[in-house]
Structures are given as structure tokens and as C-alpha cells.
Design a protein around this ligand. Structure first.
Ligand code: 9MR
Length: 408
């Protein structure tokens, strides 16, 4: 019996030694990690942030890892999740999963103030997780042309240079939008001729500046009201719908290689607003105006996804254009419970599966990957936890939902 127990102990020791090396893409270190700290042959344990080191293929590690290489310092961050739900268990990067499913990228929005956070940047820069970046604010009109004819590209340049260093695509966001519009445009009382020239100059100048460096541009952002009528902003009120073609033509002339998109929210499922967008695309095509894609923002609520996402995406790709999910996040009423996080995981999987099933759905962008920098809590009081990483930069079950969506 003693002999048996001893042998069993030896066996256990052997088993735990055999399991003491993490697989490729597996975790191999980080604060609180008690598992294996070495990697199987052909992969290297690579620091991602204080909470997470990962086994990356030896050949990929030199280029795919972020700039931060020091560990041991713990940054203090706000915690919005009170759940003890297990973190994600998937051992594959989101962008790796997206590409394996035939997509061009899985990406994240980012914003310039966040780029001083080295732990955040390390994950953002990991091209196994993110193959694409969208600047959340620094290419908008108020940032790029705060006064007429005075252009500022510094913030956008920073994001583009980071993406280049990481080997990531960039979605330009955006040329024409009613929001974050300087008052010299919105309250300038310009006549149609003057405003048309202002729109053309703005789009032409910013798209030219980043010529050859953009995968795509959201040339027009949020042109419709939720009932499918046109948003009565300064552009529509002055130029009727012609501002759309003015901007698209200016963008095409400025960078013929960039895919030109119109981007909106609440068009993810069928309905009046999606129909209005479909009709706009048909009209632009009939008029010979360049249009390459429609962006479906995807700002969803846990447990309340539209049921027609895939069919709706197909209605757009049937027109011969591509589609992308451009600003995905799925918010909940706080505090985050295990049940809400489990439903959120399902919802992420549902959205990703819909994109995966539609050949012309080329990629998905999360509207920042972490709850630490999500726009949601400051906009919707009492809501948040919308992203696949929590405020401590730990992966949530939603991460596994995304992987499952790509692998379904
Ligand atoms: O993420 C952006 C946030 O930092 C800004 O405060 C906000 C202001 O308008 O815009 C956010 O991004 C929006 C995007 O540009 C267009 N779709 C909705 C996004 C969330 O509001």
C-alpha cells in the first residue's frame, strides 16, 4: 500500500511535470498565475503585461510583441467587474482566430491618451490579438481641422505609426460627421457652394495625408436617424444628400487604394434604418459614386442583439460591397454578474459567427478592447463592462465567445 502510494506520488509528480510546459498561445506567467512558466519547444514565453505572459511561436515573438519588456511593476487601475467568473481559457489570439476563419482582421479602437499606458499598449500591439487599429478620436474633424484651413495630423500620425510598427491595418475614422464638429463648420452659416468646398477640402486633405497607409476610411459617419430619415445636421440642411457624394469622390481622388465606407449604428439588424442605408448604397452605385463598404458599428446591449444580423449583412454584400463590424461592444447594467458575463460571451459569439458566415464581412473591430478605456460608462450611466478585457486588462469570458464565433 505504501509502495502503491509512493508510486502514485511519483506518477503524479511526473504528470504535473509533463503538464508544466504551456502550449503555444498558452499563458506562461503573470501576477496571480500559478501554472506552467515554460513553453513547449518552438515557442517562447513572452511578457505581454504584468498579468499575462504568453507562449508565442519563436519566429513570431520578435515582431508580434509590444514594446514593453519590463515586468514587476503593478499599475493601479479601477475595477468595474465584481464578478468572480472564470477568465477566458482560449489559447489563441483573436486576430489569429479571425484570420483562420478567412477574415482580414480582428481589430481594436484606441485613443491617444491611452498610449502612455504601457501594459495597455503591450496588448494592443500584439498582432496575434489585433490585426487592425482605429483611432477613436484623433482623425475626427475637431482634431484634424479645428479652424478653417489649419490642419493637425499629429494625433492620427501617432496611431498610424504605432500600427505600422506592429504590422497592423488602420481604419480611418472619419471625414464627415455631425458630432465632434468644430463650431466654425456647424455654425458658420455657409451657403451650399461654400460648404461643399469645405467638405471637399477637408476630406481631400486628411485622406491625402495618410494616402497609401489606410485600409479604409469611414468617409461618412452616422447619416441617418433611427427611423431611416436623414439626420438634419449642417451638411444635410445645407447640401441635402449631395454632401455624401462630394465627400466620397474627394476621398477616392485623394487615395484611390483606400476602401471607402459609410458607417452607422442600429443598422446591424433589418429595419427602417438598414433599409435607408441599403437604398443609399444603391443610389450611389446608380449614380457612379465610389462606395466600397458599409460599417456596422455594433454597440449592443447584453441579451438584446437583433436576430437578423447575418441576413442583413448578406443584403448589403449582395450589392457587391464589403461590410465590417466597426465598433463592437456589448454593454450591461453594472455590476457585472457571472450570468451577465456568460450571456455577453454568447452575444459576442453570435455577432462574430454572423460575420464569419458572410464572405463579404471582412473583419471586426472592437470599440477598444478593455473596459478600462471604454466610452460606455461615461455615456450610459450605470452601464459598462462592454469589452472583452476587463479594467485590469484581464481577458473575460467574452474573449472566448469571440474565439468560438470564429471557430464555429
Ligand atoms: O470613443 C469615442 C469617445 O471617446 C468620444 O468621446 C465620443 C464622442 O463623440 O466618440 C466615441 O466614438 C464614437 C464613434 O466615433 C462613432 N460611433 C459611436 C462611438 C461611441 O460614441
Amino acid at each position: 500500500m505504501l509502495q502503491l502510494a509512493t508510486s502514485f506520488g511519483v506518477l503524479l509528480a511526473f504528470v504535473s511535470f509533463a503538464a508544466a510546459q504551456s502550449a503555444v498561445w498558452g499563458q506562461c506567467g503573470g501576477i496571480g498565475w500559478t501554472g506552467a512558466t515554460t513553453c513547449v519547444s518552438g515557442s517562447v514565453c513572452t511578457y505581454q503585461n504584468d498579468y499575462y505572459s504568453q507562449c508565442l511561436p519563436s519566429t513570431a515573438s520578435a515582431t508580434s510583441v509590444g514594446t514593453s519588456t519590463t515586468s514587476g511593476t503593478t499599475s493601479t487601475v479601477a475595477t468595474t467587474s465584481t464578478s468572480s467568473a472564470p477568465a477566458s481559457t482560449a489559447n489563441i489570439g483573436l486576430n489569429v482566430a479571425a484570420k483562420a476563419a478567412g477574415k482580414l482582421y480582428l481589430g481594436s479602437a484606441t485613443d491617444n491618451p491611452e498610449l502612455t499606458d504601457t501594459a495597455y499598449v503591450a496588448i494592443l500591439s500584439d498582432s496575434t490579438e489585433f490585426g487592425q487599429i482605429t483611432p477613436g478620436n484623433s482623425m475626427k474633424w475637431d482634431a484634424t481641422e479645428p479652424s478653417q484651413g489649419t490642419f493637425s495630423f499629429a494625433g492620427g500620425d501617432t496611431v498610424v505609426n504605432l500600427a505600422k510598427a506592429n504590422g497592423q491595418l488602420v481604419r480611418g475614422h472619419n471625414c464627415v460627421w455631425h458630432n465632434q464638429l468644430p463650431s466654425w463648420v456647424s455654425s458658420g452659416n455657409f451657403n451650399a457652394t461654400a460648404l461643399a468646398s469645405i467638405v471637399e477640402t477637408h476630406c481631400s486633405t486628411i485622406v491625402s495625408h495618410w494616402k497609401g497607409q489606410m485600409y479604409s476610411w469611414d468617409v461618412i459617419n452616422e447619416p441617418f436617424n433611427d427611423d431611416g430619415t436623414w439626420r438634419t445636421d449642417v451638411f444635410y440642411n445645407t447640401l441635402n444628400t449631395t454632401y455624401v457624394s462630394i465627400a466620397l469622390k474627394a476621398a477616392r481622388a485623394a487615395d484611390p487604394a483606400a476602401k471607402l465606407y459609410i458607417n452607422d449604428y442600429n443598422i446591424e439588424g433589418s429595419g427602417a434604418k438598414a433599409t435607408a442605408m441599403l437604398n443609399l448604397v444603391k443610389q450611389l452605385q446608380a449614380d457612379g459614386v465610389p462606395i466600397d463598404g458599409v460599417g456596422f458599428q455594433g454597440h449592443f446591449i447584453v441579451g438584446a442583439l437583433p436576430s437578423t444580423i447575418q441576413a442583413n449583412l448578406e443584403a448589403f454584400t449582395a450589392l457587391g460591397i464589403e461590410v465590417a463590424i466597426t465598433e463592437l461592444d456589448i454593454r450591461m447594467t453594472l455590476p457585472a454578474t457571472d450570468a451577465l458575463l456568460a450571456q455577453q460571451k454568447k452575444d459576442y459569439q453570435t455577432v462574430i459567427s454572423a460575420c464569419k458566415a458572410v464572405t463579404g464581412c471582412i473583419g471586426v473591430t472592437i470599440w477598444d478592447y478593455t473596459d478600462k478605456y471604454s466610452w460606455v460608462p461615461s455615456t450610459f450611466s450605470g452601464q459598462g463592462a462592454a469589452c472583452p478585457w476587463d479594467a485590469n486588462l484581464l481577458r473575460k469570458p467574452a474573449y472566448d465567445g469571440i474565439v468560438a464565433g470564429f471557430q464555429s
